[in-house]
Design a protein around this ligand. Structure first.
Ligand code: GLA
Ligand code: ZN
Length: 674
C-alpha cells in the first residue's frame, strides 16, 4: 500500500491555491468534497514563492494551504518545488541555466530548466527539500513526496561536459578503454587527454536535435550520463527527505514512453512509480495500455500512481479534443485495471493566466460545479469511495512478457542505416496489441527482469544485446519457454560495437539462423511472407516492409519464406527447438494481420487464453488480490458491445448486480466484476 493513512484509490491531483484568493479556495474545498477528492498535489512550481532570496525562506502560504486542505479531508502529495528555479537564482548564478543542443546559453524562462550538474542547483534543491522535510515531517496530511516534476531534457554546459568526463572515468577506468568502446580510430578520433572529449551536440558530433550522430558510442554514453545526472539530483532530494521522513514514500512523476530517460534505472530508485498519462483522441487504447504496463514494469509489477491526466482536454496539442462523455472515467479505470492505485488529475482548478489556462480541470473557469466535467469527476470520485480498499495493492498476473529497453531504443534511433523508418516503439506495440486484442495480460519488462514466471517472452528488435541477457534468454528457452525476436536483433553490444561472426550475434545459436544481409526499402515497398505448409492459425500470405533480413536457417526449421525480390524463397519466419522450448525469428516487419495470427498461434500452443471473450474494443484485464481475480471490463467503443462471462457468474463491485453468459456493456462503460 502506498500509504496506509489513505487505504483506497486516491483521488485528486495538482492544485495551485497560491494562484488564488482565500474565497476561491474556500469554494474549491466545498467542491472537492462534492467530488470525493481526497488528495491534492501542492507546491509543484512554488520555489520562487518559498525562497525569495539566497537565505530567506517563507512557507506561510504552504502552512496555511496544507492546514486548510487537511481540515477539509484532503491529504497532501507534497512536491518539493524544484522543477523551475527562481528568477533571482538564474540571474545571480548562471550555472543553474542550461546550455542547449545548439550551444546557446539559456536565459531565465520556462521550467524543467535547471542544469543537473550545476553546483548551485544541487545545493539549493537539496536545501529546500530538507527545509520542507523538517517542516512537515510530522504533519499527518502528508502522504507522499513528489520530487521536482517530469524530469527531462539535456544540458550541454561546461559543468556537464566536465562531469561527463568524470562519469566516463568511472565507467571505463582508462582513456584507452573509452577509445576502444567508441571505436575512435574511425575518422581519426583518438583521444589522448580526458579534456579533449566534448559534449556531443550540434556543435560537435550530432545534428537534427540529436536524431543523428557520427559517433554512436559517445552519443549513447551522453544519453546515459544525462539520464544519470537527472537521476542524481532526484536522489539528492530523495535522500535528504528520507533522512527526516523515512516512512513517507518518495516518487517523481514520469512520462510513460518519454524517450530521454532510462526509466528502468529510475524505477529502482523510487518507492512507488508515478506517471502522467496524456493520450490524444486518436492514441490507440492499446498504446495507453502498453504504457501503463511499462510503468508497472519499472518496479516489477508493483502498483503505480496515475499522477496526472486531464479531466477533459490538454492545451499543448495542436488540436485539443475534449474527452468525450464517459471517456475520462473509462481511461481512469483503464489505469487502475493495469495497476494504478491512484487516479489524479492535472489540474483541480484551471489557472487564469499563462500557457495552461485552456488546460482542462475539475473546476473550470466558470467556477461552479454545474459542468459536465465536474459532474463526471464527482461521479467517479463517489465510485472510488464506494470501492474502498477492494482494489488497492492487487496485482496483474501475466504469463507473457515483452522486453523494452531505453538504451536499445537510443541505439536504434542513433543508428546511421539501415532505415530511418524503423520505429522501435511501433514494433514493440505491434506485438503488445496482438495480445491486448485477446485480453491476454502482458508485462513490459527490462532486460534484467527474471523470466521464470513467463511462458512467452518477446523481444522485438533486440538490436543491442547487453551482457548476460543472451544467457538468460537461453536459460528461459532451455527450461521450456517460447521466445520470439525479430529482424535487426543481436547486432551490437552495449557500446554499439557489432558482435562479429554473423548476425544475430549472441542470439545466433538460440534462434538457429544467421543473417547475411539486411535490405531496407522505402516503407511503401512491401515483400510477402509466404507459408507453403500450414502453421497454426496463419494464412498463406502476409505483407512485410521496412527491413528484410536475408537469413539462412542453421538448426531452425523454416516456417515461411519471402515471396518476392532476389531473396524470394529465403526464410522469413523460423522456429528453433532449443532445450525444452522454442525460439522464433521474424526476419522482417510484418503487417498487423500476421502479428495477430502469429501471436494467436503461439498463445494456443502455450495454452494461454485471455480473460473472458469480448467484442472488438472491449478490453478485459484482471487484477488479483488474496488469490481472487477482479475483472475490469471496459468498452472503448462509442456504441454498446458484448462480452461473455463463460461459465462464471460475476458480481458487479459497485452495484452488486450479477452477470452470467452474454452481457451487453454500454458505450464507454466500465464494469468491475468479481
Ligand atoms: C505535465 C506537467 C504539468 C502540466 C501538464 C499539462 O504533465 O507535469 O505541470 O503542465 O503536463 O498537460
Ligand atoms: Zn549543464
Amino acid at each position: 500500500m502506498i500509504n496506509e493513512n489513505l487505504p483506497k484509490i486516491w483521488y485528486g491531483g495538482d492544485y495551485n491555491p497560491e494562484q488564488w484568493d482565500h474565497e476561491t479556495v474556500s469554494e474549491d474545498l466545498r467542491m472537492f468534497k462534492l467530488a470525493g477528492i481526497d488528495v491534492a498535489t501542492v507546491n509543484v512550481f512554488s520555489w520562487a514563492l518559498n525562497q525569495t532570496d539566497e537565505n530567506t525562506y517563507d512557507f506561510t502560504w504552504l502552512d496555511e494551504t496544507i492546514e486548510r486542505l487537511y481540515k477539509n479531508g484532503v491529504y497532501i502529495c507534497l512536491a518539493t518545488s524544484t522543477a523551475a528555479h527562481p528568477a533571482w537564482m538564474a540571474k545571480k548564478y548562471p550555472d543553474v541555466r542550461r546550455v542547449d543542443f545548439e550551444g546557446k546559453k539559456r536565459q531565465f524562462g520556462g521550467r524543467h530548466n535547471s542544469c543537473p550538474n550545476s553546483p548551485t542547483y544541487r545545493k539549493y534543491a537539496e536545501r529546500i527539500a530538507e527545509k520542507l522535510a523538517e517542516r512537515y515531517k510530522d504533519h499527518p496530511a502528508v502522504l507522499i513526496w513528489h520530487v521536482s516534476n517530469e524530469y527531462g531534457g539535456y544540458c550541454y554546459c561546461d559543468n556537464c561536459q566536465k562531469s561527463f568526463r568524470v562519469w566516463l572515468k568511472d565507467r571505463y577506468g582508462t582513456l584507452e578503454a573509452v577509445n576502444e568502446a567508441w571505436n575512435t580510430r574511425f575518422w581519426g578520433h583518438t583521444f589522448y587527454e580526458w579534456d579533449e572529449i566534448v559534449a556531443p551536440n550540434g556543435l560537435s558530433e550530432e545534428w537534427q536535435g540529436g536524431r543523428n550522430t557520427n559517433f554512436q558510442g559517445i552519443s549513447l554514453d551522453y544519453r546515459r550520463f544525462q539520464s544519470d545526472s537527472l537521476l542524481d539530483v532526484f536522489k539528492l532530494e530523495r535522500d535528504v527527505l528520507k533522512k527526516h521522513t523515512p516512512n513517507i514514500p518518495v516518487t517523481t512523476n514520469l512520462m510513460g514512453l518519454y524517450p530521454e530517460l532510462d526509466y528502468f534505472k529510475w524505477g529502482k530508485e523510487m518507492d512507488v512509480v508515478s506517471w502522467d498519462n496524456y493520450p490524444s483522441i486518436d492514441t490507440p487504447v492499446s498504446m495507453t495500455a502498453m504504457t501503463h504496463d511499462l510503468m508497472r514494469g519499472l518496479r516489477s509489477g508493483q502498483p503505480f500512481m496515475l499522477m496526472e491526466q486531464t479531466p477533459s482536454q490538454q492545451n499543448w496539442q495542436p488540436y485539443n479534443a475534449l474527452k468525450r462523455p464517459g471517456v475520462m472515467k473509462l481511461w481512469s479505470y483503464q489505469a487502475v485495471a493495469h495497476g494504478a492505485d491512484t487516479v489524479m488529475f492535472f489540474q483541480l482548478r484551471r489557472s487564469r493566466g499563462a500557457t495552461e489556462k485552456y488546460h482542462g480541470a475539475v473546476i473550470e473557469h466558470v467556477g461552479h460545479e454545474h459542468t459536465r466535467v465536474f459532474k463526471e469527476s464527482a461521479e467517479l470520485g463517489q465510485e472510488l469511495i464506494k470501492l474502498e480498499d477492494k482494489l488497492i495493492d492487487s496485482r496483474v498476473q501475466a504469463k507473457v512478457a515483452i522486453v523494452f529497453d531505453w538504451e536499445n531504443r537510443w541505439a536504434i534511433q542513433l543508428s546511421s542505416g539501415p532505415s530511418v523508418a524503423l520505429d522501435y516503439v511501433k514494433e514493440v506495440h505491434k506485438y503488445y496489441d496482438a495480445f491486448y486484442q485477446n485480453n491476454i495480460a502482458v508485462d513490459m519488462i527490462s532486460v534484467e527482469e527474471d523470466l521464470g514466471q513467463y511462458d512467452i517472452v518477446i523481444a522485438p528488435v533486440l538490436y543491442m544485446v547487453k551482457e548476460g541477457h543472451a544467457d538468460r534468454l537461453k536459460q528461459f528457452v532451455k527450461n521450456g519457454g517460447t521466445f520470439v525476436t525479430t529482424f535487426f536483433s543481436g547486432i551490437v553490444n552495449e557500446n554499439d560495437l557489432v558482435t562479429l561472426g554473423g548476425y544475430p550475434g549472441e542470439l545466433r545459436d538460440l534462434v538457429g539462423i544467421w543473417a547475411e544481409e539486411i535490405d531496407a526499402l522505402e516503407p511503401s515497398h512491401y515483400n510477402e511472407i509466404v507459408f507453403e505448409r500450414s502453421f497454426g492459425k496463419l494464412s498463406d500470405t502476409y505483407k512485410c516492409n521496412i527491413l528484410f533480413d536475408l537469413i539462412h536457417a542453421e538448426t531452425a526449421e523454416v516456417l515461411a519464406t519471402y515471396g518476392a525480390d532476389f531473396y524470394q524463397g529465403m526464410p522469413v519466419l523460423t522456429r528453433n527447438k532449443y532445450g525444452e522450448g522454442e525460439a522464433y525469428y521474424v526476419a522482417s516487419s510484418p503487417d498487423q494481420a500476421f502479428v495477430q495470427d502469429f501471436v494467436d498461434t503461439i498463445s494456443e500452443i502455450k495454452n494461454l487464453h485471455g480473460e473472458l471473450t469480448s467484442a472488438k474494443g472491449v478490453e478485459v484485464i484482471a487484477r488479483e488480490k488474496h488469490g481472487e481475480k477482479i475483472l475490469f471490463v471496459m468498452n472503448h467503443n462509442a456504441e454498446t458491445a458484448t462480452f461473455d462471462t463463460g461459465d462464471l457468474t460475476l458480481e458487479d463491485q459497485l452495484t452488486g448486480e450479477t452477470y452470467n453468459g452474454s452481457v451487453v456493456i454500454q458505450a464507454r462503460g466500465v464494469l468491475i466484476l468479481k
